[in-house]
Ligand binder design. Structure first.
Ligand code: MSP
Length: 530
């Protein structure tokens, strides 16, 4: 048997200073769709997410709320971040917290290695720092404040004043990796995706890399520097390492070390605001430690409100359950993956969500499923009909299914999730057109057309089988209901075990298999108007 393809996928780890909004949920859903697809394809998949708990931002929030930072982090993880995963149906294999012992130990091993091998030195530093970004800002992201911050320098992302920090720090000799990074981007054009993100990263590194301050002494909420416990590790240096500590880096237990060898290198999904950390600092850190760089870093766009990044600090955040309580998690997942080109910014609107829910999920997909199953029940006593000789229209559906399945898989390989869904939707639309044209309700009137009726409904049922498999990563709940109604569980087994790369292969549902009634997949939603 050939080796299974390996696929290790990560989301950023989220700051626990506040509860999640739909911008955070967006990254999670995208990663989840990719992970579910690869898992269903049989790839050796591991999907990691988690929380980023150290640093000044969390410390200040906890202090403002009158609790110790660890207590604050525990509270947010349990009441907000883990529940988010249920709200939007995330199938992560692991959840790492940067306060986990496995992480803190791995970070210490990594830092000590860099120190022992001469990649770290002590120095002095003074620069403008944004606590929101937890970053010394480059000139390009320092702008003049307006309104209450008139006359001050503010962060271009957070629009909040920057703080002048002056400290004795330890530095990572990142500048030494400039040429190797540029060579990496040149040799592996798909290392950073999409192309716009890659160009931005190359331009940034070509301007010249400075060394990176990796420790702090002005507060103590962080991982102590192993050779000098008067310093704690800079929060981003600590956070990036979650991608390797979660899978066993630094462990002296052989089984855990083997896990690391099996999983690494990974694929990172990140918002474009944190691209530089992942495409510049992180690979430089890995090179210094003699580890492989990631397979891919993919930067997605922002959910915008009024043309600006949606954010809690600007009071534009929408909680995910405001949407899922009305529309359900499948619709949430489908909408954001379908309506926004992955890699570009997009605006959320309730009108667009309602319109797509009704037209695409309820009328397009849900209706197709209920019509076909209702006709199987009415004309064939609720079993999968037997197909007779195929006509041109039936063959066209079969061929389309094969081609969209292959095209969708190819799109997923390049992280183009919206295009993968659009490919699959060609089959939804074609099947709806096919039913309209073939008019099975007319064929049902004449015994002479009985064979033809069977072939049409067998073709449509097989189409539903393919759609259930192909859409399972995106709308897991509705497709599971459809799978049960198709009677496929009994004949083909669990839906998430169906080989998605073979979804286009025809004739898998055996004729005569009993089906079940299907509840409405996407019920009509009465929107309250005030
Ligand atoms: N803790 C860091 C990441 C460390 S990874 C080693 C962080 N956390 S965050 O909570 O601020 O953001 C997490 C992710 O949410 C980022 O990828 C960010 O781009 C994403 N989003 C936050 N707001 C967003 C939108 N409005 N739209 C889309 N994604 C957004 O950064």
């Amino acid at each position: 048997m050939p080796d299974r393809k390996r696929f290790f996928l990560t989301t950023p780890i989220f700051y626990v200073n506040d509860a999640p909004h739909i911008g955070h949920a967006y990254t999670e859903v995208a990663a989840d769709v990719l992970a579910r697809w690869h898992r269903q394809a049989g790839d050796d998949t591991w999907f990691l997410t988690g929380t980023d708990e150290h640093g000044q931002k969390i410390l200040r929030t906890a202090t403002a709320n009158g609790v110790a930072p660890k207590e604050w982090a525990d509270r947010l993880v349990e009441t907000a971040w883990k529940p988010l995963l249920d709200t939007i149906d995330i199938s992560n294999d692991d959840f790492i917290r940067t306060t986990d012992a496995r992480h803190e130990e791995g970070v210490a091993v990594f830092l000590q290695k860099l120190y022992d091998e001469g990649h770290v030195y002590a120095g002095e530093f003074e620069a403008l720092y944004c606590v929101g970004c937890e970053e010394f800002k480059p000139k390009s992201e320092i702008v003049d404040g307006t309104g209450a911050f008139e006359g001050e320098k503010v962060c271009a992302i957070h629009s909040k004043p920057l703080e002048l920090l002056q400290e004795k720090n330890y530095f990572f000799k990142m500048s030494a990796f400039q040429d190797r990074l540029l060579a990496l981007y040149a040799e592996r054009p798909d290392f950073v995706q999409p192309a716009s993100a890659r160009n931005e990263v190359i331009a940034f590194v070509q301007q010249g890399l400075e060394d990176l301050s990796i420790s702090r002494t002005s507060f103590d909420w962080g991982i102590p520097i192993p050779w000098d416990d008067t310093h704690v590790t800079y929060v981003w240096f600590d956070a990036l390492l979650n991608y390797v500590t979660a899978i066993g880096y630094g462990s002296d237990d052989p089984a855990t070390a083997a896990e690391f060898a099996r999983r690494w290198p990974g694929n990172h999904l990140v918002g474009k605001d944190i691209l530089r950390f992942h495409a510049v600092i992180w690979p430089a850190m890995l090179m210094a430690a003699g580890l492989e760089v990631p397979e891919h870093v993919f930067a997605h766009g922002w959910l915008l409100v009024g043309g600006e990044k949606m954010s809690k600090s600007k009071l534009t955040g929408i909680a995910p359950n405001e949407i899922t309580d009305t529309f359900g998690s499948d619709a949430f997942r489908y909408y954001f993956m379908r309506a926004i080109s992955f890699g570009h910014d997009g605006s959320f609107s309730w009108e667009d969500l309602s319109a797509r829910y009704q037209a695409e999920l309820a009328n397009g997909f849900g209706n197709l499923a209920s019509r076909v199953l209702a006709m199987n029940a009415k004309y064939f006593g609720g079993v999968v009909p037997a197909a007779g000789e195929e006509a041109e229209a039936d063959l066209a559906i079969r061929e389309l299914a094969a081609s969209v399945a292959a095209a969708a898989d190819a799109r997923i390989e390049t992280f183009a999730i919206h295009e993968a869904i659009a490919e699959v939707w060609r089959l939804v639309d074609a099947l709806n057109g096919y039913i309209t044209e073939q008019e099975p309700w007319v064929l049902a009137k004449s015994e002479a057309d009985r064979d033809r009726l069977g072939t049409v409904l067998a073709t449509a049922t097989e189409g539903l089988r393919a759609l259930a498999e192909l859409l399972h990563p995106v709308i897991p709940i509705a497709t599971a209901k459809l799978w049960a109604a198709l009677g496929a569980e009994a004949t083909l087994g669990a839906l998430d075990a169906q080989p998605i790369r073979e979804a286009g292969r025809w004739g898998r549902l055996p004729a005569g298999a009993p089906q079940q009634p299907l509840a409405v997949l996407f019920p009509r939603i009465e929107v309250e108007t005030q």
